[in-house]
Write a new protein. Structure first.
Length: 348
């Protein structure tokens, strides 16, 4: 259930309900998007109408800087404490940083970080540091330097007063064009946003992010250096002084604990999506419960908006059947509302 490493279909179907991404696909379109945690989709007329520009900055006629205004309506929800709190750019930076830490450990393409890493990191093959950061150069400077938080050059002033601020991605890699970059950040495998404070309180921390003072981790966190903006002296001092080896112990967890580098959040998690994970029985199934703090994404008037709170099924029990026959029999008997099985032309 950890979106920084989960990279398969069954996990994705759970994560898409528990977590949210900045944007998501507009129905079946592969080139149309709706805002989810973002107030608008960068590069669209909606952003221009709200903020006076498209929030995409071109360099040499290529879209390089993508700015996402974080909705003030979105909230994380902790079912253990029933606490809810807002989603902030620091959560986005924390989430993407975790994803990029393990994009090549234990080897490339085992985890999902390479998907967004191709746009954000300078691909190379450094010989220093024992090659731990090769070939993606996922050093603290390259990871954190690919994201700007509440940078006045890109973040509209209205985003600071009427929303929760901005995160700007410097997508200088191979996937910076439209709509490819939006496809990357809209993928829950690596692009799902998790709560920085809560994850840190569970021991699933990232060097530099010091969590939150709120009880149980149920609150927003600051950027490395205790900052709220990447323009700040505190953040810049951290960025210039932190050694690549500061991340090494965390990166190495990807090899020593395959598929669960930080096991405290493998089956236990908190998100901002329409559901929270009530329970999971490995190999048997899981139960989702409606998130009482879920807020409709800010896409009023847009096609394929998510339903408003309370307008969707409140309780979902998913059972993994060892055979298609078992699922079909439960469906016929009225014990299941939906049964999925392989088409007859696909060998099992």
């Amino acid at each position: 259930m950890d979106p920084a490493v989960d990279y398969e279909t069954v996990g994705a179907e759970v994560m898409n309900n528990i977590f949210e991404t900045l944007v998501n696909y507009n129905g079946t379109s592969t080139a149309g998007f709706v805002p989810v945690l973002a107030n608008c989709v960068p590069g669209t007329q909606q952003c221009t109408n709200e903020y006076g520009n498209s929030l995409v900055t071109l360099v040499n006629n290529q879209p390089i800087y993508w700015t996402f205004v974080i909705s003030g309506n979105a909230s994380f929800y902790d079912p253990a404490t029933h606490a809810s709190w807002g989603v902030y750019p620091s959560d986005v930076m924390f989430s993407i940083t975790r994803t990029l830490l393990w994009l090549q450990t234990p080897s490339q393409y085992v985890y999902n970080g390479w998907i967004i890493g191709q746009s954000l990191l300078p691909y190379g093959n450094p010989n220093w540091d024992g090659g731990l950061h090769a070939p993606w150069n996922n050093t603290p400077q390259n990871i954190l330097g690919s994201m700007l938080v509440n940078d006045s050059q890109f973040c509209p002033s209205a985003a600071m007063t009427n929303a929760h601020g901005c995160i700007t991605f410097k997508a200088a890699g191979s996937g910076s064009d439209w709509p490819f970059f939006l496809q990357l950040v809209g993928d829950a495998n690596g692009g799902a946003i998790v709560p920085c404070g809560w994850f840190t309180a569970q021991g699933a921390s990232v060097p530099g992010f010091n969590g939150t003072s709120a009880s149980h981790g149920d609150g927003p966190c600051l950027l490395p250096g205790g900052a709220t903006s990447t323009n700040s002296t505190q953040f810049q001092d951290y960025l210039t002084s932190v050694s690549p080896t500061a991340y090494d112990n965390v990166i190495s967890l990807g090899a020593t604990s395959p598929y669960a580098p930080q096991p405290s959040v493998r089956w236990n998690t908190v998100g901002s999506g329409p559901y929270y994970l009530q329970s999971v029985d490995q190999g048997q199934g899981y139960i989702l419960q409606a998130n009482p703090a879920y807020a409709q994404p800010n896409c009023a008037g847009q096609p394929n908006c998510y339903p408003a709170p309370g307008k969707y099924v409140a309780h979902v029990n998913v059972a993994w059947e060892p055979s298609s026959t078992g699922g079909i029999e439960q469906y016929i008997a009225g014990q299941a509302d939906v049964a999925g099985f392989y088409p007859t032309d696909i060998p099992t």
